[in-house]
Design a protein around this ligand. Structure first.
Ligand SMILES: [Zn+2]
Ligand SMILES: [Zn+2]
Length: 261
């Protein structure tokens, strides 16, 4: 199999004055996660770090108005598509329930379909994702790239984030919400001043994954109840385009009906 060589691995879209969305367009849609850079007055934040196929930090620094400013890396949870480049950041925060997994990833760690358990592949198909080819990448980051050299590294947390904590960028403050269901220690970040929620994989406008290892529909129901009660205007998810409160409620309704059936 010969894959094309990508012109650029990462793609950035400025969402507002402080917020930039970064994706990896050449990853299979299932693992093509959103990374969110928020530039604050005193420090910047990167929420999630993609697959780590090629270094992320130089690209992030090239986007920042002041690349010398401290940057906090928050991992919303520890799936392969969210912690790939976590080791490139000095400050690494995660929920306590997933700190061990971030330090030494034990789940999916390679780009090869053959390394993915059949039950997990079936979970993805059942959720509504298209089949995966031989590899999770659909282009090479550069000529001669060897996919077998890829291994999800992870890195130990330098601090922990749990419900009630906050991430303070100086002029912007995010409350940490524990949003389990998709993963035990999944977190979201809510900025009350603007009603903006970074929801990660707790809710996004695409097929949600709730039936894999360490996932819980019972926990997911409580997470959805929490989201319903939140005064949210805008949701930036862990995958797919952002959406408003009405769409959030539609998505929640859809899954609650599905789980009730
Ligand atoms: Zn994800
Ligand atoms: Zn996930």
């Amino acid at each position: 199999m010969t894959l094309p060589v990508a012109a650029a691995w990462y793609q950035a879209t400025r969402v507002d004055d402080a917020t930039t969305l970064i994706i990896e367009p050449h990853i299979h849609v299932l693992e093509q996660a959103n990374m969110w850079l928020v530039e604050g007055r005193d420090r910047d934040m990167i929420l999630d770090t993609g697959m780590g196929v090629v270094p992320l930090r130089p690209f992030i620094d090239s986007l920042r108005r002041d690349p010398e400013k401290p940057i906090i890396c928050v991992s919303s949870h520890t799936h392969i598509d969210h912690i790939g480049a976590v080791h490139e950041f000095e400050t690494r925060l995660v929920h306590p329930l997933e700190a061990d997994e971030m330090a030494a990833p034990s789940g999916l760690r390679t780009l090869f379909r053959r390394d993915m358990p059949e039950a997990l592949l079936q979970t993805f198909l059942d959720a509504g994702y298209p089949p995966i080819g031989e590899l999770l990448i659909e282009a090479l980051p550069y000529a001669g790239y060897d996919p077998s050299g890829y291994l999800l590294q992870g890195a130990p947390a330098t601090g922990l984030l749990k419900e009630g904590d906050s991430v303070d960028l100086g002029d912007r403050r995010y409350a940490v919400l524990h949003l389990p269901g998709h993963s035990p220690g999944g977190i979201g970040l809510f900025e009350a001043a603007t009603g903006t929620l970074f929801a990660a994989d707790a809710i996004y406008d695409g097929p949600l994954i709730y039936a894999g290892p360490s996932m819980s529909i019972a926990a997911y129901r409580k997470t959805f109840a929490k989201l319903r009660a939140l005064p949210v205007n805008l949701v930036h998810g862990g995958h797919d385009p952002s959406f408003d409160r009405d769409r959030m409620l539609e998505i929640i309704d859809h899954y609650e009906r599905l789980w009730a059936g």
